[in-house]
Design a binder for this molecule. Structure first.
Ligand SMILES: Nc1nc2c(ncn2[C@@H]2O[C@H](COP(=O)(O)OP(=O)(O)OP(=O)(O)O)[C@@H](O)[C@H]2O)c(=O)[nH]1
Ligand SMILES: [Mg+2]
Length: 171
């Protein structure tokens, strides 16, 4: 499984998602700290809501294979800036949580995530379990490991390390 880093404002549903992905029972637990040793790196929402801590979290993301921005479908605004992917060197995905909420506005959140540079966007509910299979299928399997030389060749062409570079004649 790819190691996932979760970033999003408080109450977005990061800990709940961590629990369902691990097959645990849903129970409320306020996140107080970040533990990079876990397979899924959960983070306290307050970090993402604070400008400087948000940058620190981006650094934490280098401990993971995939970085996810989480926004609940009923959130009234996004804390993420446009082009967030430019300060990470990992694939950036969006996870829209709480799609079961009566106040959900999925198209609006999708739009925010697209503007922030998410290359894939998943829609999930930890309550109804909708959309979880698709997310788990994406996380399944190991990320492609590149040699130093392969990484440099991609960089020289302005490609992300995880992009399929076969059309450029690269291995
Ligand atoms: N309706 C609904 N509620 C959810 C869902 N996921 C989480 N919640 C609820 O949202 C609240 C916050 O969930 P958490 O998972 O603790 O949120 P968090 O992002 O980890 O919050 P912090 O630890 O403060 O950063 C809890 O009361 C959850 O039960 C969902 O898919 N649907
Ligand atoms: Mg939490």
């Amino acid at each position: 499984m790819k190691k996932l880093f979760l970033m999003g404002r408080s109450e977005a549903g990061k800990t709940s998602l961590t629990q369902v992905l691990k097959g645990e029972e849903l129970r409320y637990h306020k996140t107080q700290y970040t533990n990079t040793g876990e397979e899924i790196i959960d983070s306290p929402g307050e970090y993402a809501e604070t400008k400087h801590c948000g940058l620190g979290l981006a650094c934490f993301s280098f401990e993971a294979d995939v970085l996810a921005l989480l926004i609940a479908a009923d959130e009234p605004f996004s804390v993420f800036e446009p082009n967030c992917q430019c300060f990470t060197n990992r694939p950036l995905i969006g996870i829209i949580t709480k799609i079961d909420s009566p106040f959900a506005n999925v198209p609006m959140v999708r739009n925010w995530m697209t503007i922030s540079g998410c290359e894939r966007i998943f829609e999930v509910s930890c309550t109804t379990r909708e959309g979880l299979d698709e997310l788990m299928a994406y996380l399944d399997g190991e990320p492609v490991r590149l040699t130093w030389r392969q990484a440099k060749e991609r960089q020289a062409r302005g490609l992300n390390e995880w992009e399929d570079a076969s059309r450029y004649g690269l291995a």
